[in-house]
Design a protein around this ligand. Sequence first.
Ligand code: SF4
Length: 458
Amino acid sequence: MEPLIKVKKPVRTKSGVTPLTVVLAPRKCNHGTCIYCPGGEFVPQSYTNKSPAVMRALALNFDVKKQAESRLNSLIKMGHPTEKIELIIIGGTFLQYPLDYQYGYVKGCYDVLNGVESETLLEAQKTNETAKHRIVAMCIENRPDNCSVEEIKRMREFGATRVEIGVQILDDEIYKKIGRGHTIKDVIEASKRLKDAGFKMGYHIMPGLPYSNIEKDIEKFRMVFNDESFRPDQLKIYPCQIVEDSPLAKAYKKINYRTYTDEEIKKVLTNMMEIIPDYCRVMRVMREIPKEKMIGNAGLTSIRKEVEDELKKNNTFVREIRMREIGFNRNGLKLDTKLKIIEYDSSGGKEFFLEIVNSENVLFGLLRLRFPKEVIFPELKNCAIVRELHVYGQSLNLHEKGKDSQHTGLGKYLMGEAEKITRESRYKKLAVISGIGVREYYRKLGYKLEGTYMIKNI
Ligand code: SF4
């Protein structure tokens, strides 16, 4: 399928939906500050005043409605489709902000995309189900120790479908020394609860932290996938950097710390890329922090590309999702697609990873089906749960007809397969963690809204 309209920076929408990022007002995290983390006082925690999204938010005084409006207008101007939006909330730990701020913040985003102000969040969501700009997915950055059942329930009330948690390295000693304020146990519990609630979940991983080394980084990373207590759906890999205004900028000399060289980063990344299984997507490698804000080696932003090129040159088979997506593999695309299913244990439950791939393993669409470990909310009793349905390719608007993946019925086919697997199990129902803006789609497939999930008797 070729893009139907000419877009600037098409890579932004190659994965099927158009991201719209809003930034939180500055606020320090409750536990203190992790050693590598800048910001918090005048700039949102973990960002600098030179990050593009933060600069835009600063100019608008962090007013969420103004941010959402201005981003939406720029996306339209740049020619991106804006009918299917993924709302991404960044900066600090959202779940720790005052409750009225959290609810008001999310409602503000729905109101802007709806083009009308609603009385309540629920009303705004109802309006968004059929609005011109629908929120089809919502991502919140969070800490592993802010994922209690009550907090997860709140994220569902907001309409969130994806949560990214800071994991960095699975090592309690290092957590203590760098001031993370949580333990591996928190990561295990957060992973289980989030998956059982149907969230798509990502880990942030940080090689090169103080008190670690290359061997330890790789060993601990292996654990992320070898141990079924972890196994995230996606990763962001941010090698540790010394950023101005972070505690590390003050302490690095005293603790005799230095950042990895580019060669060391490449070595760690190459090893990590070889470990990552088919069901995981590497969302990003290296943070976008301007060089002038950093002390020591800043790390090349092109490192990912260099590592991937090197792996390809050596015929190393990289299985992670992003490298296999159709949007990035357009030349001479073979359409001999088939369904592939990978089953694996994950956080006490069972996962089925359904993929539509061609003979070269290029990915056209995927579905994540889970048999949960525990029933986390009453409406999920007797339910298997679809945590993600994603058809890849250039993002299209809702009325546009696609040629080879989006809007060609692959989504419906994958849902049918998930229903088949569920029917053969002890589960009587299938639930979907649907973004508010996708509810209509599931209604057409016979699903009904129960609590915040779309559910069908199987
Ligand atoms: S939890 Fe995240 S945002 Fe908060 S201090 Fe640590 S790294 Fe920064």
